[in-house]
Ligand binder design. Structure first.
Ligand code: GLU
Ligand code: MG
Length: 477
């Protein structure tokens, strides 16, 4: 990644403390200004005109503001203005009103994280930096998902743990720029034929990702017509969420250049399989992967098991964050490898938690849990924050996993059946509202924004057909 290790560190230097919240002091602002100045010089030398700052809203949409390189110094120190009303924005861009929001009044500052600055190969002349959101006094905003993810990493770090994480990105490629979905290739699933038909496009995606500093593990045609997937190397959770944004925007840009359109929506048509955004997680301590080499089932350590059990037991509530749109529940159904069952199992692709042990001899590096139920309408930062909090709660409770499921859970005898996951947004929201651990980890302002936006979107689609839900979600995330 360009910029990392270059001394542009955001750092965590803070000085003033008011009401328990730290705000940036003058020294921190001038340190950031200097970093911005240095970064701008390097960008200009690389023929970059400006930097696009992104943040992801409560409803999972990536929103952007750009500054010319000459303005980066100021943006780094003082941020770029953005209305807080977008915390209550729905996927159709209507903004919810209520006592929770000051409506058109107020401002937030988007501060580029220059540690993650990248020159965008897919958008020549542009660089990108994810933004942290602060209030006008320079205090981290309580509804900033990226800040929440950073704090969740720090909380686990204080207990001696690190997490390695990665999002898998699935997308559906449509011919032309129209709103209908016209698959850019046919089958067979995972076939060499769709690969060949879109080989130039896939090479351009791969080259752009690599040039942008993304470490690609695999890229391939998926099951459905026009569907593809890219998986990337695991990193720390905050970087994984940033990478998820970067990968999607790179794919979107390359698709556009090839005269096509990429949809990351849970469903692009009402039938067939959808697009997931599976999250891979492994827990580490003292350089050791706790998902491997233990005495538990499949080599799990008791600590690794507790972390996974904390996530599994909170999955209904986590769906309000990881499967946050009405369309999410059209995808999250049995027989679609979407993780619709609240259970876990060894390499079980119908279980919400698929345990991936890694090939024999490689487990210490590769073993992890893949959480399959989530999709790309989620805010990845918020999802990471919630997942880490759920896992940490499992550690505190010394939680244990139920028996693993080693067949398709839909085919279990009634006596062995596993709990159903929420089948609607409202059910997931109710589960989140009754989860004290997640409420404490994310804080009341964040929980309010999540529940308000989810209920707003549920009402928006209340009287819609599945066709309408799919059509109105298809190109938004
Ligand atoms: N496309 C499936 C989903 O909706 C996942 C297929 C797979 O296992 O990669 O999550
Ligand atoms: Mg897949």
């Amino acid at each position: 990644m360009w910029g990392s290790g270059a001394g542009y560190g955001r750092g965590v230097v803070v000085a003033e403390v008011r009401g328990g919240e730290c705000s940036m002091d003058e020294g921190e602002r001038s340190r950031r200004a200097e970093a911005g100045r240095g970064a701008a010089e390097e960008l200009l030398a690389r023929q970059v005109s400006g930097v696009v700052l992104t943040w992801v809203d409560t409803g999972g949409i990536t929103r952007a503001k750009a500054v010319p390189c000459g303005r980066l110094e100021h943006a780094a120190a003082w941020g770029v203005g953005m209305s807080p009303a977008f915390d209550f924005c729905m996927l159709d861009d209507s903004i919810l009103k209520g006592p929770f929001s000051a409506g058109p009044v107020g401002d937030l500052r988007l501060h580029p994280d220059l540690d993650r600055l990248a020159v965008l190969a897919a958008l020549p002349g542009w660089a990108w930096a994810p933004a942290d959101r602060y209030d006008l006094d320079g205090r981290p905003h309580p509804r900033d998902g990226r800040g929440q993810a950073r704090r969740a990493v720090e909380r686990l770090g204080a207990d001696g743990f690190t997490v390695r994480a990665a999002f898998e990105v699935e997308w559906s490629l449509s011919l032309g720029h129209g709103d209908e979905f016209v698959p850019a290739c046919g089958g067979p699933a995972y076939g060499m034929t769709p690969f060949m038909e879109q080989a130039d496009y896939l090479r351009d995606v791969l080259d752009a990702l690599t040039a942008t500093g993304v470490s690609v593990d695999q890229i391939h045609p998926e099951y459905a017509a026009g569907q593809f997937e890219v998986s990337v190397a695991a990193t720390d959770p905050l970087a994984a969420a940033d990478t998820f944004v970067l990968v999607r925007e790179t794919i979107r840009a390359i698709s556009h250049r090839h005269g096509m359109r990429a949809s990351f929506a849970p469903m692009v048509t009402t039938d067939g399989v959808g697009n997931g955004a599976h999250v891979h997680l492994s827990l580490w301590r003292d350089g050791r992967n706790l998902m491997s080499g233990g005495d538990g089932g499949y080599g799990l350590t008791p600590t690794g098991e507790s972390f996974a059990a904390g996530i599994l037991s909170r999955l209904p509530a986590l769906l309000a964050i990881g499967a946050p749109s009405a369309a999410s529940y059209l995808r999250l159904i049995p027989f679609h490898w979407a993780g619709a069952f609240a259970c876990w199992g060894w390499e079980n692709r119908e279980a919400a938690l698929r345990f991936v042990p890694g090939a024999s001899g490689d487990g210490a590096r590769a073993a992890n849990f893949e959480i399959k139920s989530f999709d790309a309408t989620a805010n990845p930062y918020l999802l990471m924050a919630a997942l880490l909090a759920a896992g940490q709660t499992g550690l505190a409770e010394k939680a244990v996993l139920p028996a693993p499921v080693d067949i398709n859970p839909a085919k279990l005898e009634p006596s062995r059946s596993v709990p159903a996951l929420p089948s609607s947004l409202e059910e997931a929201v109710q589960a989140l509202e009754s989860d004290d651990a997640l409420a404490e980890a994310l804080g009341e302002p964040m929980i309010t924004a999540i529940t308000v936006v989810r209920r707003g979107e549920a009402a928006l689609f209340d009287s819609c057909t599945n066709e309408e839900i799919v059509a109105r979600t298809r190109w938004r995330h």
